[in-house]
Design a binder for this molecule. Sequence first.
Ligand code: C5P
Length: 224
Amino acid sequence: NKIVIAIDGFSSTGKSTIAKKIAKQLNYIYVDTGAMYRAVTYFALENNFIGDGFFYSEKLIEQLDKISINFKFNDIKGFAEVYLNGKNIESDIRTLRVSQFVSPVATLSEVRRKLVEQQQLMGKDKGMVMDGRDIGTVVFPDAELKIFMTASAETRAKRRYKELLERGHNLSYEDVLENVTTRDRIDSTREDSPLVKAEDAIEIDNSDLTIEEQLDTILDLASH
Ligand code: C5P
């Protein structure tokens, strides 16, 4: 019997790496909800609704129904890529610029309502691994398995820095650390659906765990 596995936690805790592998192993669908908030942010940046020192949130809210987000499986990469109004934006949303504006965008209730609704529809047939910040608390409060991933801020920033360098981005470790801690603060203190561990979530601190060890732990939990 197929279940919903909710994986929440702070920025750059390696949620998506693990979630993708679990989905593959169990033959489940994987949904990266952060990619959806990033897609809305990319749209806001492209339309100059947000930028350095300004955020015309009413304009973004007004245009929300012009935003259509989809996922399409890429057979070569082995995971689903995100599309905004038909355009593949998978690599455009991974920049530090999008990372810097995504948390303010994600505070808007109108944005959250739209994305949560879409996420709930995607999970209606079960057999799904979904990662984000509010999956176990808001999107699927009845998920059969909830994981809350943590790791020290330095561990997380180091991982994210390495990943961004490998993708060819030119930036400093300090900027990455600053982004990770700022996003955590905004995500944890916002009014609508703040990032908190669901009461029934199992916390995994993966600072000193290998990917294999995390996979084994979660797959074991999923089989009970
Ligand atoms: O997971 P990722 O780091 O790509 O998420 C980017 C941002 O999107 C988070 O920092 C958070 O502000 C927002 N987010 C959210 N709720 C989710 C997923 C992401 O608010 N379920």
